[in-house]
Design a protein around this ligand. Sequence first.
Ligand SMILES: NC(=O)c1ccc[n+]([C@@H]2O[C@H](COP(=O)([O-])OP(=O)(O)OC[C@H]3O[C@@H](n4cnc5c(N)ncnc54)[C@H](OP(=O)(O)O)[C@@H]3O)[C@@H](O)[C@H]2O)c1
Length: 270
Amino acid sequence: MARRLCLITGASAGIGAEFARQYAALGWDLALTARRTDRLDALAQELETAHGISAITIAQDLAVPGAVDAILSTLERKERHVDALVNNAGYGLPGTFFNTSWDEQAAFMRVLYTAPVELAHKVLPGMAERRYGRIINVASLAGYAAGSAGHTLYASVKAGLIKFSESLNAECVASGQTDIHCTALCPGFTWSEFHDVNGTREDTNKMPKWMWMEAAPVVKAGIDAVNRGEPVIVPGGANKALATLTRILPEPIGRAMVGAQSKRYRRTEV
Ligand SMILES: NC(=O)c1ccc[n+]([C@@H]2O[C@H](COP(=O)([O-])OP(=O)(O)OC[C@H]3O[C@@H](n4cnc5c(N)ncnc54)[C@H](OP(=O)(O)O)[C@@H]3O)[C@@H](O)[C@H]2O)c1
């Protein structure tokens, strides 16, 4: 019998590459997608050799309309179906709503929201037919916290992914699909290339060490949670405490706290 296959977006770095490593170690085949093919190919080769699995690499920019269909038709041509989907690709868009272009904001929403929900919508029928599926949406602790100046849509798309995951998971339960689960994974600060890409590395390096996690435990928490059927998981004790604080603090206090800290991890200049 063919091994199960996990499709991972944003697999060329950080949390996505770690998802590839952990699913490969569990004996899954992989479909790895991102824009940087050289990195995907190197990772695929490493994991095929280390774990005897098979890995397909697909170069796609998720900001380009039609990218989701292009990824899925590549898999169809190879006669592979998606048993697990990890919607992970993402970045922060520095600047405010005023000093960024609509093209930049539209591309941001396609990569971080439209492509993930489109992928989920298009792989679900096959999962339902086979009565097995796992969908992990990599959201963020930012989806819990108050919005702040800079990276304007980041908190809102991550909040959207959390609500989407809860609804989709509830629909799977309600329809009797007891082995199809959807989970929003909500990391806090995680070591990856994320803060290098959005230009906040120098400032985020000043954040206290207790606020940071390695990608490995973040990813393990996501895989374990989706297997348990939990709709949302916040990895790590410190992040769990922060998520709880966002719920119990009066909203003006939460907003003031985020406002005071956000200059360290959100850029308003472009
Ligand atoms: N690191 C954190 O502190 C943190 C905290 C909370 C949530 N997150 C979330 O975790 C996810 C992964 O981020 P990370 O920390 O692992 O960052 P990362 O190391 O910068 O990796 C981001 C990945 O997304 C891919 N990507 C970016 N734009 C893309 C596009 N237009 N089309 C296709 N792929 C694209 C990148 O690949 P290419 O450049 O090769 O295309 C890369 O593989 C993101 O959704 C992020 O919002 C991160």
